[in-house]
Design a protein around this ligand. Structure first.
Ligand code: MN
Length: 264
């Protein structure tokens, strides 16, 4: 790795690193600030990824909440049903997120599945939010893909294990350009589709969600404090299936920027 760090020690034991990531005509850096006396060298952990907005801003992603079984027809095709008592969710790590266009096919699966989803991006945080408050903190929306090692998920279900191995890996989550809610308004109805190599695989409408976006955010805020930059992948309509290296995926939600990626 052709990386090096410049260390500047300021009063109050505040240590700032300017981490040089790469040179390609421009110098790409990020800054890390850590309090303390121990100075690890080359502490080069990833910074939070930044999504792009339709008006040209880049904003950092915090956590990634993903809702499972939120469309009746998809719950059925998975041999289950929507839980009407409460939504069911898991998380992906922020560094499992990519923006494409190339998405790496993961190890440890022979059955990688696509799930196209509406992604709600939070612009503020809060806890125990009312529906009205939950709606107010939505910053915007994007088209997303929740990639799943379906074979590993089936094993996890059989063994009563968590879904971690099935859902959280390099490039497991993909999101497109975010359109601010100030442009879209609250999204309640919109066609959602996914084409693979030009053929439609998934088709539905976001109004088929068992729990709508606002209800999901209010629910999540009852479990932990939500923060700006949190993403909510709101579940997938029916038609999920396997993809292979070389496939071209094209996700669309009416009113948002398309998401086009290629598996490599
Ligand atoms: Mn999903």
């Amino acid at each position: 790795m052709n990386e090096f760090t410049l260390t500047v020690v300021s009063p109050l034991s505040m240590t700032a690193w300017i981490v040089v990531e790469r040179f390609d005509g421009l110098v790409h850096t990020h800054t890390k600030i850590i309090r303390g006396f121990v100075i690890p060298m080359n502490w080069n952990s990833p910074t939070h990824p930044e999504f792009l907005t339709t008006d040209g801003r880049r904003l950092p992603v915090n956590r990634i909440f993903c809702i499972a079984k939120n469309y009746e027809e998809h719950a059925k095709e998975m041999g289950g049903e929507v839980d009407r008592k409460a939504p069911f969710h898991f998380q992906k790590s922020f560094d499992a997120l990519t923006f494409g266009p190339d998405v790496r096919y993961p190890s440890h699966t022979e059955d990688l599945h696509h799930e196209v989803e509406l992604v709600a991006v939070l612009g503020e945080g809060g806890r125990n939010l009312s529906l009205k408050e939950a709606e107010a903190i939505i910053f915007g929306y994007a088209v997303g893909l929740d990639f799943t090692r379906r074979d590993r998920q089936a094993e996890a279900k059989d063994k009563g294990r968590p879904w971690e191995i099935a859902k959280n890996f390099d490039d497991a989550g993909v999101m497109g350009v975010v359109t601010p809610k100030s442009e879209t308004g609250l999204m309640e109805n919109a066609a959602i589709t996914l084409d693979v190599n030009g053929q439609e695989r998934q088709a539905g409408d976001i109004n088929q969600m068992a729990y709508n976006t606002v209800e999901l955010i209010a629910f999540l805020s009852s479990l932990q404090e939500l923060k700006a930059g949190d993403l909510v992948f709101t579940g997938t309509p029916s038609g999920v299936g396997a993809v292979v290296r070389g496939d071209h995926l094209h996700g669309k939600i009416a009113g948002l920027k398309d998401l086009e990626i290629r598996l490599i």
